[in-house]
Ligand binder design. Structure first.
Ligand code: UD1
Length: 311
């Protein structure tokens, strides 16, 4: 069994990753500053004797290195980040600090303390508005936001450290993740989290465009499992992989599932497409299967059903 340090442990993806690490018998040291993470997300995890949580800012100089030195994890899963693409546009300095400089601090904490493996939360945002689908790991990297640029730079920082200092590095390029605990607070939050909240509150939803746009929606449970594999599977090489399903789902299909569960909900409103929106996004999932033995198993219908039932 491994000891894994998770940054951003109380966040959406972090808390599910912690849950699955514990369920698999591993020990977890969680770190979060609760900027966007929530302690309640770890309520179940914190009942385990194998889980500890440290309220700490990963960006604070020396703080993470000290914790890694004191706890000596086998692997670090680095999920702490400025998670909003929109916020990276309005505050590029903060994006630089949290999504680039902090990556370097994590890589250094690993190097200085002999951590053998690093897993990084990368994003399909590194591909920008790619139109040649499905997107493969070899597809052109063309970020169109400070957020996407920072994710691409961070991959390079981790991979460079890995190659130089003998650390196995896995960069996980998440596509459109959805599921319980995703924060619907901003209009730019993940569309499924926004729809879930609005239907729950008896309100109608707005689709920007005609609803034919498609995304590769992946359940957070699959994403967490991919993280556990990347951090703990023996004898895997360093590398990058899309974490996606390889299946397209349109917004109309998503709304269709909600509408069946909420037959009395107001009709969907169609509004003008958002500036900068991409029409289709779809990942190729083969590399994650080859490198990690990971294949997504939760369908969008099943994942939405779970979300709606979670209440
Ligand atoms: C993701 C980012 C977004 C970024 C874009 C860059 C997230 C949550 N979103 O957007 O910030 O600019 O990559 O490629 O990381 N939609 C509606 N109604 C709503 C909300 C959204 O119709 O109330 C639509 C959007 O216009 C879009 C689709 O739903 O067409 C999916 O939106 P979103 O969940 O934000 O994902 P991305 O478009 O992939």
């Amino acid at each position: 069994m491994a000891h894994v340090l998770v940054t951003g442990a109380a966040g959406f993806i972090g808390s599910h990753t912690v849950d699955q690490l514990l369920a698999a018998g591993h020990t977890v040291t969680g770190v979060d500053n609760f900027r966007t993470g929530r302690r309640a997300n770890l309520a179940a995890a914190l009942t385990s004797a194998r889980c500890s949580l440290h309220e700490q800012d990963v960006a604070a100089p020396g703080a993470l290195a000290a914790l890694v030195g004191a706890t000596k994890p086998d692997a670090i899963i680095h999920l702490a980040a400025l998670v909003s693409v929109q916020e990276s546009m309005t505050n590029p300095d903060l994006n630089y600090s949290l999504n680039i400089h902090t990556t370097h601090l994590v890589a250094e904490a690993a190097r200085l303390n002999g951590v053998r493996r690093l897993v990084f939360a990368s994003s399909a945002a590194i591909y920008g508005d790619a139109t040649d689908l499905p997107i493969r790991e070899s597809s052109e990297k063309k970020p169109i936001s400070p957020y996407g640029a920072a994710k691409l730079a961070s991959e390079a920082i981790f991979l460079g450290h890995g190659a130089a200092f003998g650390i196995t590095v896995r960069c996980q390029r998440y596509f459109n993740v959805f599921g319980p605990r995703q924060d619907p607070a901003s209009p730019y939050s993940g569309v499924i989290s926004i729809f879930d909240r609005r239907y729950r509150e008896g309100k109608g939803v707005t689709i920007f465009g005609d609803g034919q746009q498609t995304r590769d929606f992946i359940s957070v449970h699959d994403v967490a499992r991919a993280n556990v594999l990347a951090a703990t599977r023996p004898d895997i090489p360093s590398g990058v992989a899309n974490i996606c399903t390889g299946r397209s789902t349109s917004l109309l299909e998503v709304v269709g599932v909600f509408a069946r569960h909420y037959p009395a909900a107001p009709a969907v409103v169609l509004a003008a497409p958002r500036t900068g929106d991409i029409v289709h996004s779809l990942g190729a999932p083969e590399e994650a299967e080859r490198a990690l033995g990971f294949r997504a198993t939760v369908s969008v219908a099943t994942g939405l059903g779970e979300l709606i039932a979670a209440g």
